[in-house]
Write a protein that binds this ligand. Structure first.
Ligand code: MN
Length: 208
């Protein structure tokens, strides 16, 4: 496939994935209520733990707002759960072939698409995502829970990653391990979507 065909295919995927917002909002609404009930937390307490406003968390809980992936990360951190716990479910059969096109979604109208290829497994301590950054996307993420390590491998396009205070450029096939519990970020300075895998490892006893 040439670059333009690639771009068209990725744009078409992005457009398709845009329809998944309501699914995410519904699932998240139910899941957040359950998590909060489990912990016996008030909305105020949960909002403080997640570092988001009570109004925003309330909207998400009522399914009135679809959070970005960055916001999902903060919520996961607040509840001490994994990011994939907050995304729509998919078959957990170990032998099943994972197709990112079936699980890729675009929360909110953000320029980052997320596909949970392998949901968090407490016994193994990690989850694997395929992430797509549309052109111009840039985000500096606040630290995730202590000990989180991300392993990024570029599949298509060029990705710039902020780690240890400086931006590194990764080409297709190149990878980088970075401390997710410090400030880090991703950006796509190019004109085509960037697709990469992110294996996120949680320290033992966290995100369980
Ligand atoms: Mn991160």
């Amino acid at each position: 496939m040439d670059a333009i065909t690639h771009k068209r295919a990725a744009d078409a995927q992005a457009a398709q994935a845009g329809d998944a917002g309501p699914d995410i909002a519904r699932r998240l609404s139910q899941h957040l209520r359950a998590l909060r009930a489990e912990r016996g937390w008030s909305l105020q307490r949960a909002a403080e733990a997640c570092g988001v406003s009570k109004a925003m968390l309330g909207q998400i809980e009522r399914g009135e707002s679809s959070p970005t992936v960055a916001l999902l990360w903060r919520i996961a951190g607040g509840f001490g759960c994994a990011l994939s716990d907050l995304l729509p479910p998919h078959a957990g059969e170990a032998a099943e072939v994972r197709d990112p096109r079936r699980v890729r979604s675009r929360p909110a109208s953000d320029a980052m698409l997320v596909a949970p290829l392998f949901a968090f497994d407490p016994a193994l301590g990690f989850e694997v995502f395929e992430l797509t950054l549309l052109p111009g996307y840039e985000r500096v993420s606040e630290p995730h829970v202590g000990g989180v390590v991300e392993h990024v491998v570029v599949q298509r396009g060029s990705l710039e990653v902020l780690s240890d205070g400086s931006w590194a450029r990764l080409g297709e096939g190149e990878g980088l391990r970075l401390a997710g519990d410090r400030e880090h970020g991703y950006r796509n300075p190019g004109e085509a979507p960037v697709v990469f895998l992110d294996l996120i490892h949680y320290p033992r006893g966290r995100a369980a």
